[in-house]
Design a protein around this ligand. Structure first.
Ligand code: PGA
Length: 253
């Protein structure tokens, strides 16, 4: 599934939201069509329990939906897991894989993330592959090598069809209110872009690169106008329509 927009804003609700949160999604959906007319695509990745309902509630509005994880296998005896085909069946367009919270909480390796991304592509979903260094790794001067190794290891070897998205999310910037300098974001996105072009040629150049980590209505404009920053993966500020739409309005100005 191709996505071809100037900016992609994806809300990652993490483990937040019960039925009452559908109202926030409807308010966000009401802005999705006008955003599309400016080549800005909005999406929400709610908890799995809300995905089908959120997809139904917002169908036809232009808001896309997605899941926060999937299993590498299509089906089988994997209690508690959800396959990419199930995400697709629930109306999802995207699936986030390899978020740093999953890499940390569930010990997910880049090899596992790669197999999840492969499963997503096979199911016709767009995987959003997350990468990012810890604060200690940045202090040690290893940010770029860590991130490029995650990019290298997490993208399916055979990637040639469909679309995928990379989200650069420094672990130390997630949920902390801390944001890297514009220069550091620019340098990392350029490095990721170069590595993708080296590996996949023109197809690599088409991979959209999101920034994530404490994005809000105040900092979105500066971050999202940087070269090779094609959008944002937004946690906390996406939980309310007000917070998410402030980001949209900041980049529409
Ligand atoms: P945050 O989360 O915007 O709350 O920092 C971003 C993310 O983890 O995707």
């Amino acid at each position: 599934m191709e996505i071809n927009v100037a900016k992609l804003l994806v809300g990652n609700w993490k483990m937040n939201g019960v039925s009452t949160a559908l109202g926030e999604a409807s308010l966000i959906a009401a802005a999705a069509k006008s955003a599309q007319s400016q080549a800005i695509q909005l999406a929400i990745c709610p908890p799995a329990t809300l995905l089908a309902r959120l997809s139904e509630t917002t169908a036809g509005t232009g808001l896309l939906t997605g899941a926060q994880d999937c299993h590498p296998k299509a089906f089988g005896a994997h209690t508690g897991d959800i396959s990419a085909a199930m995400v697709k069946d629930a109306g999802g367009h995207f699936v986030i894989v390899g978020h740093s919270e999953r890499r940390a909480d569930h010990g997910e390796s880049s090899a596992l993330v790669q197999s999840k991304a492969q499963a997503a592509l096979e199911a016709g979903l767009v995987p959003i592959i997350c990468v990012g260094e810890t604060g200690a790794e940045r202090k040690a001067g290893q940010a770029e090598s860590i991130v490029l190794a995650q990019v290298q290891g997490s993208i399916p070897e055979t990637f040639s069809d469909g679309a995928l998205v990379i989200a650069y999310e420094p672990v130390w910037a997630i949920g902390t209110g801390l944001v890297p300098s514009a220069g550091d974001v620019l340098a990392m996105h350029e490095a990721i872009h170069r590595s993708l072009v080296d590996r996949f040629g023109a197809k690599g150049a088409s991979i959209q690169l999101l920034y994530g980590g404490s994005v809000n209505g105040q900092n979105a404009r500066d971050l999202l106008h940087l070269a090779h920053v094609d959008g944002a993966l937004v946690g906390g500020a996406s939980l309310t329509a007000d917070g998410f739409l402030k980001i949209l309005h900041a980049i529409q100005e």
